[in-house]
Design a protein around this ligand. Structure first.
Ligand code: ANZ
Ligand code: ZN
Length: 843
């Protein structure tokens, strides 16, 4: 037997697929269409194992669907704008474009080396004008439709990177890259009106049945629809003419547990009270120095300032609550003011303990527990209202309705719906992004760049010697004349958030004419994406933005699709053991080796401590570069291992043993296919019913498992079939099973499958074959027990597949050892077979 040589075979078949355009998706195919997409990579430098796993999964599905008769669109491209390219420019003095394009070249070659069934003719990179120019056109479409606006807004300012940070780039109040304490600043920013779509985006989640529940829930929470009450607190004494201010609460039922009121440091009343109160003014200033994000505020210590002012309880004119300015009250949420109920809100409880405010329980599991003290933890669960006057005894949910009702009746408040979702600020003070196609004229204000002047192309000659935005300080780029009045004007120097680029790339993959972003009819023929696969880290923002963008395009009549991604799958990570030297240094897997049964650092011979299995990351040095592994074992073994060990939604621990095992299985498949090569009875079968059954059950279950992305189960099905084939004696069934096995593994180990297919002398590419049909008659597993009688006396029982033919059962009975003995080796005079029940032999 020869060995399968992946180094030769991989390149050979990849070339053939490419020459034949095997994986080009045809827009006008008569076949049903299927769009399989994995989240496109950021060209950071090299492919990592996470990419390999992600793209292998998508590839198996894409290849399978082709075999099932679909016209499959399976494209690849590059999410190519973003900060790392600029950081590289600053650190390595290489132009962001050059850095990005050379990374793309490397990574493209690495992906090709894995033999993915991709339509490379549709490759795109978001950093090229032939992509972002169309994005600019879409931006202007939305602008004209009133879905884009500009406003002064407070941003997170990173004083070291000299840039605005998105909320998620602020970690514990510090810039995610620089680590500098984030400040607040006001800037004019462009916003997309995603809040206009809040209701649709929320309701649409109900229809996304093929999305993981956890992702739908994350989106739901992010959109954050809540019912509540806005009501007015009367001030004990007017403040600068104001007699009252509004608060927002989602728990009006807890109104009798209120022990203080609090307003944001940015609240106008806070500003009024601070006049002539230096301590308060200083407190407000201190609050403003922190980050603006909810997350930053959540982790920051809760602090307040007792203003000395009071408010009147809405249900009791005699009841006064102290008024605080508190750092945890956000100005741009609700009304920027709250009442605090320490017993039932943890933040309020921490606050109350700190400032010695009363804690009154107003919700309890039973009325008997009304006086049970609140300890360290606020109670936010359900229950009955207590210590609440006219609300006593009501379930909390009814209490909400009752208080809203009374407030509306008495005229001091109204029930409302409030959304957590904010409009999407898309301005970035960065070079390496899509230029915002706007020109600022002193006379006319912001004016859209005329369509015939698109794309607005980034200048090449920029310097990164000092931080900040190179577009801003470029000597000529920003100079323009106003499209409207012809007067002197200046280009917008902000670029778009890179999330905009990834909000519509899947549409451009589906259709990419030169003169417009996409052709409506062609795009609609492919969309929505049937199966989208990617990391759960994109569960909120990327998916929400893409959903928004799709709905916005629908609203302006450009694309008649509601949801961009019909099926979503979030795969687990690739993990690896971590290693540490005695002095605490992290060591990479190739810096350690086994000696005398223990791990040592190769260079020093010192013992190594094996740490936890963790996500592969540069910081822990536990990454394994796929490229040398592919060179050593071939693409198929790597692909097989990526699919085999863990359920795809779980983490996969990379191991030497795992890849070795995959390699052995690939070789085993090769040996089996070589010995099975003599059969000409293609899918004939019929000689070995048990094996036929096993085969057809495997055809069916592999299909089901690939369709539901349970790749590890499909792999297990294939192992079981391979074992059954190896145990079976030669027969037409066995030959047929061997060939079919190749079809079943073709989506997973496509190079080996092609090579074996060709070695068998079969016509055409295996990639172009139809998926085998499972014979339903062979899928019924049922075995029956059949009594064997000799002259009417029970002598033995045999088990046979239900519905087995007469001759098969007769043969089984006559070859039974017991029967042979009873008949003393003679043939019976007569054989009566009652199918599935009985064989009677007359001696
Ligand atoms: C009284 C109360 C009692 C509250 C209780 C909660 C529990 P979600 O559900 O996230 O919308 N809140 C309102 N506006 C705020 C602001 N600008 N900054 C900080 N917190 C604010 O949260 C709504 C709740 O968050 C509101 O209900 C309010 O506190 C607080 F047992 O009012 B609650
Ligand atoms: Zn003008």
């Amino acid at each position: 037997a020869s060995r399968f040589n992946p180094l030769k075979a991989d390149a050979h078949w990849q070339k053939i697929w490419e020459e034949r355009g095997s994986f080009h998706a045809s827009d006008d195919s008569a076949k049903p269409k299927s769009y399989v997409l994995e989240m496109f990579p950021y060209p950071s430098g090299r492919i990592h194992m996470g990419h390999v796993r992600n793209y292998t999964m998508g590839d198996v599905l894409a290849r399978y669907r082709r075999m099932k008769g679909f016209e499959v669109l399976h494209p690849m491209g590059w999410d190519a704008f973003g900060m790392p390219a600029e950081n590289a420019a600053m650190e390595k003095k290489v132009h962001p474009g050059e850095w990005t394009r050379s990374n793309i070249a490397t990574m493209r070659a690495q992906l090709k080396r894995l033999g993915f069934a991709l339509d490379w003719s549709r490759e795109l990179a978001t950093c090229e004008p032939d992509y972002y120019g169309h994005e600019q056109a879409l931006f202007l479409d939305l602008y004209e439709a009133g879905l884009v606006y500009r406003k002064q807004s407070e941003v997170n300012w990173d004083p070291v990177d000299m840039t605005v940070l998105a909320n998620e780039q602020v970690i514990d109040g510090r810039g995610w890259r620089s680590g500098a304490l984030v400040e607040r600043r006001k800037l004019s920013q462009w916003f997309l009106k995603i809040t206009d779509f809040a209701e649709e985006l929320l309701d649409g989640l109900d229809d996304l049945e093929q999305w993981p529940d956890k992702v739908r829930l994350m989106q739901e929470n992010w959109i954050g629809k809540s019912q509540g009450l806005r009501f007015r607190f009367r001030l004990g004494e007017p403040v600068a003419g104001a007699e009252e201010f509004e608060v927002f609460t989602t728990r009006p039922d807890t109104i009798f547990g209120a022990s203080f009121a609090a307003i944001s440091p940015d609240h106008p009343i806070a500003a009024a009270l601070a006049e002539g109160n230096e301590a308060l003014a200083a407190f407000i200033k201190e609050c403003k120095a922190g980050g603006t994000t909810a997350a930053a505020l959540e982790t920051a210590e809760k602090k307040g300032f007792d203003t000395g002012a009071t408010v009147v309880h809405p249900f009791d004119p005699e009841w006064r609550l102290p008024l605080y300015v508190a750092n945890f009250v956000l100005m741009d949420y609700g009304t920027g003011a709250v009442f605090g109920c320490p017993a039932h809100d943890q933040r309020d409880l921490d606050f109350a303990r700190k400032y010695g405010l009363p804690v009154t329980r107003v919700v309890a599991a039973t009325v008997d527990e009304a006086d049970e003290a609140i300890g360290e933890e606020a109670y936010s669960g359900p229950g009955l209202l207590v210590n609440s006057r006219f609300l006593d005894g009501l379930p909390a949910a009814d209490g909400i309705r009752e208080v809203i009702h009374r407030a509306e009746e008495e005229g001091w408040g109204e029930g409302t719906t409030v959304w957590r979702l904010r409009d999407w600020g898309v301005s970035r003070q960065r070079y390496w992004g899509t230029p915002i196609p706007i020109i600022h004229c002193e006379a006319c204000g912001p004016v859209p760049v005329p369509r015939d002047q698109l794309p607005v192309v980034l200048p090449e000659d920029v310097s990164f010697d000092i931080p900040g935005n190179p577009l801003d300080r470029h000597p000529s780029w920003a100079k323009a004349s106003c499209p409207s009045c012809g007067g002197p004007a200046r280009r917008e120097t902000d670029t778009l958030d890179t999330f905009v680029d990834s909000s519509w790339y899947f549409i451009r993959f589906a259709s990419q004419p030169d003169d417009e972003p996409f052709d409506k009819a062609v795009a609609e023929s492919w969309l929505p994406v049937g199966q989208y696969i990617g990391g759960v880290e994109h569960a909120i923002l990327h998916l929400l933005y893409a959903r928004f963008w799709t709905r916005a395009l629908k609203r302006i009549g450009r694309l008649d699709i509601d949801e961009p991604f019909k099926g979503l799958f979030t795969q687990g990570m690739v993990t690896h053991e971590t290693y540490r030297a005695a002095d605490g240094r992290w060591l990479s897997p190739d810096e350690v080796e086994e000696r005398d049964g223990g791990l040592v650092e190769t260079e020093t011979g010192q013992p190594v401590e094996t740490g936890r299995i963790e996500k592969m990351s540069k910081s822990k040095k536990n990454t394994v570069d796929p490229e040398p592994i592919v060179e050593q074992y071939g693409a198929d073994a790597v692909r097989w291992f990526m699919l085999s060990d863990s359920p795809p939604e779980r983490d996969l621990a990379w191991s030497e043993a795992g890849i070795e095992g995959a390699w052995r299985f690939v070789q085993r498949l090769w040996r089996m296919s070589e010995e099975g090569g003599s059969s000409s009875t293609w899918l004939g079968g019929g000689e070995d019913i048990a094996l036929d059954r096993k085969l057809h059950q495997t055809i069916a279950s592999v299909a089901v498992n690939i369709e539901s992305l349970a790749f590890n189960k499909a792999v297990a099905n294939i192992y079981a079939l391979a074992n059954a084939i190896e145990k079976a004696p030669p027969s037409a069934s066995r030959s047929a099973a061997l060939e079919t096995l190749l079809l079943l593994v073709a989506p997973m180990v496509p190079h080996l499958a092609e090579e074996a297919w060709a070695a068998l002398g079969r016509e055409g590419l295996i990639a172009d074959q139809a998926w085998p049909e499972a014979n339903p008659a062979l899928l019924v597993e049922d075995q029956v027990t059949i009594a064997v009688q000799v002259n009417g006396k029970l002598r033995d029982t045999i088990t046979a597949p239900k519905g087995a033919p007469r001759e098969t059962v007769e043969e089984m009975a006559l070859t039974s050892e017991k029967i042979v003995r009873v008949l003393e080796g003679k043939a019976p005079r007569k054989v009566i077979v009652v199918p599935d029940r009985l064989v009677n032999l007359v001696a």
